[in-house]
Design a protein around this ligand. Sequence first.
Ligand code: ZN
Ligand code: ZN
Length: 96
Amino acid sequence: MTSHVEAQIQARIIAAEKKRQQQRQQRAELDANRQAGLAARKTAKAKRLYCATCARRQYRGTYHRCPLGCGVAVCRKNPHCGNTHLKQCDNRPEAS
Ligand SMILES: [Zn+2]
Ligand SMILES: [Zn+2]
């Protein structure tokens, strides 16, 4: 015959096991999310643009592409960045 106390202990053990199981699953899900997040961040980082002159991070609409077609970005707000880059650009016309 199972005593009341034993039944309670048994229930607690089952509850604890269930909780552990849930935590394990949660951890696995969090881990999967983190992996996905890291992969996304890595891709985003590879696509990041920096001003060729001041190296400031560029976002959509904050930069110009080099007008000489070398492909770099320069700050849109700061004409100095573009002007400085033009003097250093690989595609600049030969100075004569
Ligand atoms: Zn800049
Ligand atoms: Zn350029």
